[in-house]
Design a protein around this ligand. Structure first.
Ligand SMILES: [Zn+2]
Length: 122
């Protein structure tokens, strides 16, 4: 889900939702595939906080957190999620921009070709 925060990129209650800051998400999508992959990493980070509450002061990074994060990042499920979500989000963004005739800027001048190549690999 999306929300707005004055200082957090993302947050969770550790039970049934992970929220991303709308402004952060917009900024990351401007970075293209690099930003999409960064968002996936932030989601993995939040996923590793099963003991969080809605109170941001409860947010801790103890040894248990780092062990979970390590295991998640190295898991096949994460690699599968990352490749699927990152490619889908990136290619979707590029296709929508091309369809709407919106320039993604000089940084993304080859993004339509890259999006097609990534989709072909899937
Ligand atoms: Zn955290």
């Amino acid at each position: 889900m999306l929300g707005e925060s004055a200082g957090m990129l993302a947050w969770t209650n550790g039970k049934n939702y992970i929220a991303l800051d709308r402004k952060y998400l917009r900024e990351q999508f401007r970075e293209g595939l690099t930003g999409v992959i960064r968002v996936c990493s932030v989601i993995a980070h939040e996923y590793c906080h099963p003991d969080c509450s809605d109170d941001p002061d409860v947010h801790t990074h103890g040894l248990d957190f780092y062990e979970r994060f390590h295991n998640v990042i190295l898991s096949e499920q994460y690699a599968g999620m990352l490749s699927y979500v990152a490619v889908k989000a990136y290619t979707g963004m590029v296709k929508q921009a091309v369809k709407a005739n919106i320039s993604l800027g000089r940084r993304h001048e080859h993004s339509d070709r890259l999006a097609n190549e990534l989709e072909a690999v899937e």
